[in-house]
Design a protein around this ligand. Structure first.
Ligand SMILES: Cc1cc2nc3c(=O)[nH]c(=O)nc-3n(C[C@H](O)[C@H](O)[C@H](O)COP(=O)(O)O)c2cc1C
Length: 179
């Protein structure tokens, strides 16, 4: 990255930290390989038609499987899901079969649905955007959305700040193959 780019990244970080977005686990499957990781970069990005965007780090195993995948599940984590968050944020599918260490059920097209997370969007990939940064955007058309109008409120989401001090399975500035 250029010196200019580095200073802009440094100046964005404190404001981004104050946003403290809720966390999700994105899971997917392609060629019989399951993958999943925690994401803080995700949001609704269309109303009509409805669209949901997720951003995967190019360093992650989930990205390398997701490039070939059609279906994704976005699991919105709450404070009861810390164990799931730790598994999917701090370990990598390059080394660990995460799905041997959690409870899940095969959903549409075999996409893994985490049994312990109630709030979920299952979507079909509509586009992939590489903006030349370290993350790639995937835009999903929702197929199934969990409906919990009486579910817990916004204060119950597990947020980026709740994982302070945790080390990600892959840092976003890693390169693959490693140099
Ligand atoms: C607070 C937090 C937020 C994260 N946000 C993202 C994200 O938005 N996108 C992403 O691809 N990885 C994100 N990660 C990193 C992955 O969850 C992590 O590197 C994971 O171990 C990758 O697993 P994988 O190699 O099996 O895909 C985040 C990690 C943490 C701790």
């Amino acid at each position: 990255m250029t010196a200019d780019g580095e200073s802009r990244a440094a100046s964005l970080a404190p404001l981004a930290a104050r946003l403290d977005p809720p966390l999700a686990v994105v899971t997917t499957v392609a060629g019989g390989e399951r993958a999943g990781c925690v994401v803080g970069f995700h949001s609704q990005c269309g109303i009509d038609p409805p669209r949901y965007a997720i951003w995967l780090s190019k360093a992650n195993y989930t990205y390398r499987i997701g490039v070939f995948a059609d279906l994704f599940a976005v699991h919105l984590l709450n404070r009861a899901n810390r164990a799931v968050a730790e598994l999917f944020a701090t370990t990598t599918g390059d080394e660990v079969d995460k799905f041997a260490r959690c409870r899940w059920t095969a959903g549409p097209g075999g996409v893994p649905l985490l049994d312990d997370v109630a709030d979920r969007i299952v979507g079909r990939r509509r586009s992939l955007v590489d903006v030349g940064a370290d993350h790639v955007g995937l835009v999903l058309a929702p197929l199934e959305v969990s409906d919990r109008p009486e579910g817990p409120g916004a204060e119950s989401w597990l947020r980026v700040g709740d994982l302070a001090g945790w080390s990600a399975g892959h840092d976003a500035d890693e390169r693959h193959p490693p140099r």
